[in-house]
Design a protein around this ligand. Structure first.
Ligand code: FE
Length: 138
């Protein structure tokens, strides 16, 4: 059911690269993530808990080396916090449901689409492609 809160995986079930980003707040190397150039339609889920985070409709090519989105699927699904680590003042983005660190949001996104760039680590995402398997309720 859409409103049921997905249960997060335990830390010891997470692949090391996911653990490093989602739980330790590290960043994957740019242009290495599996979704940097992904064009398929669908919804990006939290790799830790399955919470729906970003729609492919808001994904854009930022040329930064990380999957980039103009907005979350629903603002209530993510949590924003000031992050002063690494000598920068940034806004960290995490999953509201399980607390997984996802990436950061910056103000240099496409101006005609709100100006935000949600810069998200591929390892924290799992794309559920639409148009595969049974379609909606119709
Ligand atoms: Fe999550």
């Amino acid at each position: 059911m859409p409103n049921e809160k997905p249960k997060p995986k335990n830390d010891d079930e997470l692949p090391e690269e996911v653990f490093r980003v989602a739980r330790l707040g590290q960043t994957e190397r740019p242009f290495t993530g599996k979704y940097v150039n992904e064009k398929a339609m669908g919804i990006y889920l939290c790799a830790v808990c399955g919470h729906e985070l970003f729609s492919s409709e808001t994904k854009f090519d930022s040329n930064t080396g990380w999957p980039s989105f103009t907005e979350p699927a629903d603002p209530a699904k993510i949590k924003l916090e000031t992050d002063n680590s690494s000598g920068m003042k940034r806004t960290a983005v995490s999953c509201q449901n399980c607390g997984a660190h996802l990436g950061h949001v910056f103000d240099d996104g496409p101006q005609d689409r709100g100006g935000k760039r949600y810069c998200i680590n591929s390892v924290c995402l799992e794309l559920k492609e639409s148009g595969k398997g049974p379609t909606d309720d119709t």
